[in-house]
Design a protein around this ligand. Structure first.
Ligand code: GLN
Length: 241
């Protein structure tokens, strides 16, 4: 067994160690004897997403989101929309999560027209939503408790065709108002959680890997790993937040 992972925009979307999510996905596969190939897809490089089993998009600030717009609308937008509808698993963080929606309007009124792969939009607010936070994933998104770090000015509103990824237990999440965090649509998981997210949330990481392996191979049983260190980090943060 092997997963082919696409790391989209590693050159511009990589805040707060988001690259650690790629390392975590890779290691948890390798420790189980499952092969992994990671392909970087920076600005200027195109590839058919149908050749991948999982796509990762990290976070970036308003500036980086504007920098990638031209490249995004040169074909990656169509590729992403088709792949999402086809059930390809995605993990998208913060700026990358916003990028999958229809648009992001910054607090000073600059509009980034994104791609509408997910039925959601984001509008910047004066107050930044910063800090460690935690949320409970919805059962259909694996149901695990996730601890993370958020830093965004954008308030995201979900349309009717996407479900929230989870419920905020502490912190802001999508907008600090409706108690939702992230989005879940088909096999796309969008979240505000940097940190990186996956090393201290092994259950959530395994849910993603399971989703990708089942889609590719029909069924997949993930061997349990010794997660003592990961769970210590997770539980310690869950207690503090
Ligand atoms: N630019 C976005 C915002 O501030 C995303 C920031 C991020 O990825 N941390 O809302």
């Amino acid at each position: 067994m092997e997963l082919k992972i696409c790391h989209m925009y590693p050159d511009v979307l990589n805040l707060y160690g988001d690259r650690g999510d790629i390392i975590c996905l890779s290691r948890r596969l390798q420790w189980r004897g499952i092969g992994v190939q990671v392909t970087r897809l920076p600005i200027g490089r195109q590839a058919a997403l149908s050749g991948f089993d999982l796509v990762f998009i990290g976070g970036g600030q308003d500036f980086e989101q504007q920098v990638l717009l031209e490249d995004l609308h040169r074909g990656k937008d169509r590729e992403i929309r088709a792949a999402v509808e086809d059930g390809l698993p995605f993990l998208a963080i913060c700026g990358g999560y916003q990028m999958l929606g229809s648009y992001y309007e910054t607090f000073d009124g600059q509009r980034c027209d994104f791609i509408g792969a997910l039925d959601l939009y984001t509008v910047g607010s004066k107050k930044r939503m910063i800090g460690n936070y935690k949320f409970q994933c919805e059962p259909e998104a694996g149901g695990s408790l996730v601890v993370g770090f958020e830093n965004h000015s954008g308030k995201t509103r979900l349309g009717g065709s996407v479900r929230p990824l989870g419920k905020v237990l502490s912190g802001y999440g999508n907008n600090g108002e409706d108690g939702t965090e992230g989005a879940h649509y088909k096999n796309v998981f969008g979240t505000y959680s940097h940190g990186p997210l996956l090393p201290k949330n092994p259950a959530f990481c395994d849910h993603l890997l399971q989703t990708a392996l089942e889609r590719k191979y029909g069924r997949a049983e993930l061997e349990p790993l010794d997660d003592a260190a990961e769970l210590f980090a997770h539980d310690e943060m869950a207690k503090r937040i």
